[in-house]
Ligand binder design. Sequence first.
Ligand SMILES: [Zn+2]
Ligand SMILES: [Zn+2]
Ligand SMILES: [Zn+2]
Length: 375
Amino acid sequence: MDRDLSEDDSVVDLSFEAESPLAPPAELLERLPSYDWLFQRGGQQIMFPPLEAPGRPLEQRCWSSFLEHRVPLVTEEVAREALLSFVSSKCCYGSTAAGDLIIQELKQQTLCRYRLETFSESRISEWTFQPFTNQSVDGPQRGTSPRLWDIKVQVPPMFQEDTRKFQVPHSSLVKECHKCHGRGRYKCSGCHGAGMVRCPSCSGAKRKAKQSRRCQMCSGSGRRRCSTCSGRGSKTCATCKGEKRLLHFIQLVIMWKNSLFEFVSEHRLNCPRELLAKAKGESLFKDENTAVYPIVDFPLREISLASQRGIAEHSAALSPRARVLQQRQTIELIPVTEVHYWYRGQTYVYYIYGTDHRVHVVDYPDRYCFGCTII
Ligand SMILES: [Zn+2]
Ligand SMILES: [Zn+2]
Ligand SMILES: [Zn+2]
């Protein structure tokens, strides 16, 4: 994939310059007949990427390493240490219970987490403009504009989201500013062009109510200089910045996005799923390519099915509007331990999850709140 900037079709990066989009005057569209707009959405044209050729065939994977993989078991000592370090990090958890509790049972399970990340690029085009400052105009007379997907740009590093804007070559036209009709200035709305407004202090009466002295604010004139235009009666046109003409051109907006599909295998423990989605896992399998293929023969069938579902979902959601640049699928092992313990005549539960032994406490007996709630 050659995506470096070539000299012939060099494009100007507008990410920090371009003005807000504007619906183009109809005659501008007509003057660029070479554009094959396929889909229109509120003044924007979405370009469908050309279809890629089918990629590599399915590979057979060997999962014997999966069976050999073992996450170390959590012992009573590790379970107590994890809880102690958790309560010491919280201001309203006492450490006495964590030190004195009696662990009754450790229920351990290793879950599988499947993740699919798809890095894709989508392109839209829209008319935009900026003040014309006598710069050279790259218009249709210099050639036909390339199709949007033929414009070569620098791709950001894979899986790094970004949005950038470029000027489409040979799409520029100069027109009179539509806001000020080519005058560069327009009548001030504050004083309707008069440069003076009624004095706000005496409301134009030249003297204040119940006072015989003349109004000091307007020196008895009843009028004051308009603050909006500093008395000029007109303002510099904000659209053309006083340049009277605008450079219209087609702007290419490229969005690089990551889509994420995530699945955690079924389990019998009551540890919240959202914690397991974020938990630190041990990498078991990683597959990265321009397109990945569904895992079909993983020993846990639900993981194979998740892989097939994730790839199908991303494909349906992204094509044909975006081009997939890279995909990455991973399988990780997430250890979870449900700890049942006894403290002062009652039983309680907490969870240790992830390879870094994070703790999720359901109801802790030695909990109090003073400083953290009353301020
Ligand atoms: Zn004014
Ligand atoms: Zn006054
Ligand atoms: Zn203007």
